[in-house]
Design a binder for this molecule. Structure first.
Ligand code: SDX
Length: 393
C-alpha cells in the first residue's frame, strides 16, 4: 500500500507507477498477465491473443481476435524508403543497432499526423508497432547476410510470416516446420511482458514526456540491448560456447564466484525473482522437446544443464537466491531454429513490443500519470566559490 518495495541488501525503491497489466511475485515465482498465470497462457494461448490480452485487459472473443489479427496483418509492410535507410548500415552492424534505428525512424513516417489525444490513433500506433517490428527485424537480419528483404506474406500467421521473412530465399521454397513456429510463438508469449523491467520503465519514462510511441519503443529497444537485461540471451550462448564442455563447468562456477574475475553466470539472477523464474522452467522443458522434434543435438544443452545443476547446489548462488532466468535456455532454442546469436535480443524485442505498447497505452489514459522525474541522493561538493585559473591546482 505504501508503494515502497524493499530489495535484498535493504535497498528500497518507490513504485514508479500503478499498472494493471502484469503481476510478479518474486519470492513465489509467480507471473500473471492480466491475472492469467503464465503457464496457462503458454499452454493454451498464442502470442497474438496474449498481445491483445495485454493491450485490452481481457481475453478476446473470436470476433474481437479476428478483427485484431486483420488489423495487425494489414499493417505489416514498412515504407519502401525504410529499405534505403536500412541499406545505409554496414552489413556487420549489430541487428539491435539497426532495429533501434528502424523503429525510431517510424516517427519520421507516421508521427506528423499522430494525435495522441485520439484513442483510435493511439491504438493504431500500437498496432503498427506490433505489425511492423517483425518485418523490420527480419529485414535487419536479411541485410546482415546480404539477402534481399522479403515482403510480409499476409496469408501466413504472425510467427510463420516472420519466419518466412527471415529465411525464405527465391532459390528454393521455404519449408516452414510447425514445431519451429510453435516454439517461437511460445517464446514470444513468455517474453511479452514483465512489469516495470528496465526497458518497459524506459518506454514509460519517455512516454511520460509526450513523445510519440515509435520513439518510446525505440528507447525501449536500446535499453533491452544491455547484457544485464535482454542482451543476456546472446551473452548466455557466448558463455556456454566459452565454457565449451561439461567438464569445464566447475571452473566457470568458481570464476563467477570470484568478484575480481569480471565473469558472471549470464542467464542467472534477477532483480525481482529470488526464486525460479517461472518462464525459465517452461523454456527448459521446451528445450528438450524442440531439439528432439527438430532432430538437433546441441552439446551446449548439456553444458547448460550441468551449469544449472552445479550453481543450484553451490552456497554462493543459493545464499544470493540466484536462479536461472528467462534468458538462460532461450538461446539454445533460437539457435536450433536457425536464428544467429546476434538476433537473439531482437527476438526478445519483437515479443516485448506487445508489453511496451500495452504499458504505453495504459499510461496515456492514466489520470495520475505525470512526467517521470526520478530524484537522487546528492554526494557531490558542498557550495564553494569560483577560483581564477591561477589559483587552482
Ligand atoms: C532480464 O527486470 C526484469 O524483469 C528483466 C527481465 C524481463 O523479462 O524484462 O526478466 C529480463 O533482464 C533477466 C535478467 C537477464 N540478465 C542476466 O542474466 C545477466 C546476469 N545477471 C546479473 O547481471 C544480475 O543477476 C542481474 C542484473 C539480473 C540482477 O542484478 P543485481 O540486482 O545487481 O543482482 P543482485 O544485486 O540481486 O545480486 C546479488 C548478489 C551480488 O553479489 P554480492 O554483492 O551479494 O556479493 O549476487 C551476485 C551479485 O554480484 N550476482 C551474481 C549474478 N547475479 C547476481 N553473481 C554471479 N553471476 C550472476 N549472474
Amino acid at each position: 500500500e505504501t508503494g515502497y518495495f524493499t530489495y535484498d541488501h535493504g535497498f528500497t525503491a518507490t513504485a514508479s507507477c500503478k499498472s494493471a497489466i502484469t503481476y510478479i511475485d518474486g519470492d513465489e515465482g509467480v507471473l500473471l498477465y492480466r491475472g492469467y498465470p503464465i503457464d496457462q497462457l503458454a499452454e493454451k494461448s498464442n502470442f497474438l491473443e496474449v498481445s491483445q490480452l495485454l493491450m485490452d485487459g481481457e481475453l478476446p472473443t473470436q470476433a474481437e481476435f479476428s478483427k485484431f489479427e486483420h488489423e495487425v496483418t494489414h499493417h505489416t509492410m514498412m515504407h519502401e524508403a525504410q529499405k534505403t535507410f536500412l541499406h545505409g548500415f554496414r552489413h556487420d552492424a549489430h541487428p539491435m543497432a539497426m532495429l533501434c534505428s528502424m523503429v525510431g525512424s517510424l516517427s519520421a513516417f507516421y508521427h506528423d499526423n499522430l494525435d495522441l489525444e485520439d484513442p483510435e490513433q493511439r491504438r493504431m500506433a500500437a498496432i503498427r508497432l506490433m505489425a511492423k517490428v517483425p518485418t523490420m527485424a527480419a529485414a535487419c537480419y536479411r541485410h546482415s547476410i546480404g539477402w534481399p528483404v522479403r515482403y510480409p506474406r499476409n496469408n501466413l500467421e504472425y510467427v510463420d510470416r516472420f519466419l518466412h521473412m527471415m529465411f525464405e530465399v527465391p532459390a528454393e521454397p521455404l519449408e516452414l516446420k510447425p514445431v519451429a513456429a510453435k516454439a517461437l510463438d511460445l517464446l514470444f508469449i513468455l517474453h511479452a511482458d514483465h512489469e516495470q523491467n528496465a526497458s518497459t520503465s524506459t518506454v514509460r519514462l519517455v512516454g511520460s514526456t509526450g513523445a510519440n510511441p515509435y520513439a518510446c519503443v525505440a528507447a525501449g529497444i536500446a535499453a533491452l540491448w544491455g547484457p544485464a537485461h535482454g542482451g543476456a540471451n546472446e551473452a548466455v550462448l557466448r558463455m556456454l560456447e566459452e565454457i565449451g564442455s561439461p567438464d569445464k563447468v566447475s571452473t566457470a562456477v568458481d570464476r563467477a564466484k570470484d568478484k575480481n574475475s569480471g565473469f558472471r553466470l549470464m542467464g542467472f539472477g534477477h532483480r525481482v525473482y529470488k526464486n525460479f523464474d517461472p518462464r525459465a522452467k517452461i523454456i527448459r522443458e521446451m528445450c528438450h522437446k524442440v531439439l528432439e522434434e527438430l532432430g538437433v543435438d546441441d552439446p551446449l544443452l548439456e553444458v547448460a544443464m550441468r551449469l544449472e545443476e552445479a550453481a543450484l547446489k553451490d552456497d554462493y548462488f543459493v545464499q544470493r537466491k540466484l536462479y536461472p532466468n528467462v534468458d538462460f535456455y532461450s538461446g539454445i532454442i533460437y539457435k536450433a531454429l536457425g536464428i544467429p546469436k546476434e538476433m537473439f535480443t531482437v527476438m526478445f524485442a519483437i515479443a516485448r513490443t506487445a508489453g511496451w505498447v500495452s504499458h504505453w497505452l495504459e499510461q496515456q489514459v492514466d489520470p495520475e500519470a505525470k512526467i517521470g522525474r526520478p530524484r537522487q541522493i546528492y554526494t557531490g561538493a558542498t557550495p564553494r566559490d569560483y577560483l581564477a585559473v591561477d589559483q587552482r591546482g
